[in-house]
Design a protein around this ligand. Structure first.
Ligand code: GLC
Length: 657
């Protein structure tokens, strides 16, 4: 018999209104029935015991496995490009988890500051969640199963962001494209080789001296004309927008922000300054509704040029150093760095001085929240969220009803309503393909559906086989983007031999796009997950529950990508009979029914495998060079005979009701 679904909200102290939960939930009296809470001058602490076999799901963008048990994690949006196994904090702060056991329970800690999760780390049977202040809103969700709890949680945090259909195409990016011809070359090389492409991303070098929203006039004397030139080839240019606004007289965003008092301020009321790529910058105070609306309006400078997609970066906010931090270091080290136009050149020095993303700097500035000054460190995890919110609200004012491509690096639950996220500066490491895979269901649990990793890896040098294997996972992720750092080996497909392999693998994305789009939209419109752990569909299967390198995609498909170097294939576990489907390099599709159990499947570097669940089928189209070129008259069903599929579709441009 099912357990009644119940969501209870407990309030301790005076929690900051984060806006993560949109449903009205009355505050319950007393203490939660589950666990023990202490909330006092020493902070907040929740503890409960876990049975040996309980699995803990959630935490969205977090390190390690789908089952978070056995380690500790910290919610503190952090710019750190080294996601090794011991790293506890990444760019997102997603404080929702589910303890799946005999009596499953969901917990959402709505708290905007630094929050620590010890999930069986100090003691394997104890979960402890703690922070330094006792102002907390805790939601406790009961339900029939972990999946049921997730669906209830998703209902109270509001509908996930819906991108335009073109955003489901393939995108090429690199930190280092500078000239108009750099971008043209990317497009030309893809089109010449018949490798599909819909988006080219513009990293910080498109800007005039790293000023947000200002394309460098010497590179783009007529930027709108350049945007249209590429649009005529079915390419959307997607510029980056960093959080720090260059401090510079004569730069309208800087002048206006200063004049209107819209930047974050020091205790003495002056504008806080930190060095980022442009040199000294100010941070828009996006926690102040007026300033947020003003910041969102700035996107109009680029939409007026025909831009319809953006990626928001460095919004933890990342900083190389603050004025104060630098002055202190100069005193301490007897240095004289003098005024630098671009402290960027001192980057290594600043790293050495430990000034990078120094938590002390987050105590040096304030937000004006409806007239009340709030010190940044207390609401740190809301900054990237509100940048994205500002962008989204600004864009919908500029062009009401239109979908824009928008994703961010830092986030908090709530941001999922306004944009997607990418998972930041990963490495060209095989282990990061697996990390990418494992994060997908956790992100979906927290509302983030439009997600993806830098395919091929951002840091370190990629290799052809790694890129192909990663693309074969990226084929399934809503955001499919190849992106890399400026000091790494180039990783566009044309840097490697055998373009036909890339044409084929990326082509599979387009063949599956009608299905992937449909599944994305169903998940968004019904507050559901697109990627699920196997246990969510096969709850009684112990092996499925411990299998973390396969995922369910929608209701029809299971994926199990290869993530091991030099492997010719891999072992898979099928929790039921399924059909192995392979998109073969000659364009044909092989289908083979396999019984429940463990199988070794061979997978060539140029093949994309997936499994269709027993009795189901999915539509596939012929490959296309871009999303608008997809020809739906070529759709045919694959999978089990006579299976039907209810395909969702729409114009891909307007926001559905
Ligand atoms: C940050 C971003 C990365 C970008 C770089 C330069 O490291 O995460 O994607 O390429 O900044 O803008």
């Amino acid at each position: 018999m099912g357990v009644a679904s119940v969501i209870e909200k407990y309030v301790f102290g005076e929690p900051f209104e984060t806006g993560a939960v949109v449903a009205r939930i009355e505050t319950a009296a007393g203490l939660p029935a589950v666990g023990t809470v202490t909330a006092d001058r020493n902070g907040f602490r929740f503890t409960c015991t876990m049975a040996p076999k309980d699995i803990v799901y959630g935490l969205g963008e977090a390190n390690r496995g789908i089952n978070k048990r056995g380690y500790e994690y910290v919610s503190c949006c952090t710019d750190d490009g080294r996601h090794s196994e011991d790293v506890r904090q990444l760019y997102g702060a997603h404080n929702f988890l589910v303890i799946a056991g005999k009596k499953p329970v969901g917990l959402f800690f709505d708290y905007p500051g630094v929050l620590r999760f010890d999930i069986g780390y100090k003691r394997q049977d104890i979960l402890e969640v703690s922070c330094d202040t006792a102002d907390m809103a805790l939601y406790v969700i009961e339900g029939e199963s972990a999946y049921d709890i997730v669906k209830q949680f998703r209902k109270i945090i509001g509908r996930s962001y819906i991108p335009p259909k073109f955003a489901f195409g393939y995108g090429q990016s690199r930190y280092g494209y500078k000239t108009a011809d750099d971008f043209r070359e990317v497009v030309q090389k893809h089109r010449e080789a018949g490798v599909p492409l819909d988006m080219v991303y513009m990293d910080i070098d498109y800007m005039e001296r790293f000023k947000d929203f200002v394309p460098a006039p010497e590179i783009f004397p007529d930027f709108p004309a350049f945007v249209s030139e590429l649009r005529a080839r079915d390419i959307h240019l997607v510029p980056i927008v960093d959080a720090g606004i260059k401090t510079k007289e004569g730069y309208s965003v800087s002048d206006e922000g200063k004049e209107k008092g819209y930047f974050c301020k020091r205790a003495d009321g002056s504008d806080f300054e930190a060095a980022v790529w442009p040199g000294w910058t100010n941070f828009p105070d996006v926690l102040n509704p007026e300033a947020r609306a003003w910041f969102g309006g700035q996107y109009g400078l680029l939409t007026a040029c025909g831009i319809d997609g953006f990626w928001n970066d460095m919004n933890e906010p990342a900083m190389f150093c603050s004025r104060e931090g630098l002055a202190e270091a100069e005193n301490r080290e007897a240095l004289d760095t003098a005024e630098q136009e671009a402290p960027l050149v001192m980057a290594e020095g600043l790293r050495w001085l430990k000034l990078f993303n120094n938590p002390e700097d987050y105590k040096r500035f304030y937000h004006n929240v409806n007239g009340k000054l709030v010190r940044h460190d207390q609401v740190h995890n809301l900054y990237g969220y509100n940048i994205t919110r500002g962008a989204s609200e600004g864009l919908s004012k500029l062009e009401p009803g239109k979908r824009f491509l928008l994703f961010s690096r830092a986030s908090y639950i709530g941001a999922h309503r306004y944009g997607g996220i990418w998972t930041g500066d990963n490495h060209s490491w095989w282990s990061h393909i697996l990390l990418n895979l494992k994060m997908l269901p956790s992100l979906n649990m927290c509302g983030f559906l439009y997600v993806g990793a830098d395919l091929g890896g951002f840091n370190a040098d990629t290799t052809r086989d790694l890129l192909l294997r990663w693309l074969a996972l990226g084929v399934f992720t809503p955001l499919m983007r190849n992106h890399s750092g400026n000091d790494t080996r180039r990783q566009e497909f044309y840097q490697f031999e055998g373009p036909e392999d890339f044409r084929h693998v990326i082509g599979v994305r387009y063949r599956l796009l009608p299905y992937l789009y449909s599944e994305y939209m169903k998940a968004a419109l019904h507050d559901d997950m697109m990627f699920k752990p196997l246990a969510f569909e096969y709850p009684d299967d112990e092996i499925a529950a411990r299998t973390e390198d396969h995922l369910l995609l929608g209701s029809e498909v299971m994926i199990a990508p290869v993530y091991v170097q030099n492997a010719c294939g891999r072992y898979v576990y099928l929790p039921e009979e399924m059909m192995l489907v392979k998109f073969l390099p000659d364009g044909t599709i092989s289908q083979e029914v396999m019984p429940r159990g463990v199988h070794y499947i061979e997978v060539g570097l140029n093949e994309v495998p997936l499994f269709i669940r027993n009795g189901k089928g999915i539509p596939v189209a012929d490959p296309a060079q871009s999303v608008p070129e997809l020809d739906l008259s070529t759709l045919k069903m694959i999978g089990y005979e006579n299976a039907s599929y209810d395909r969702y579709d729409d114009d891909g441009v307007t926001i559905p009701e």
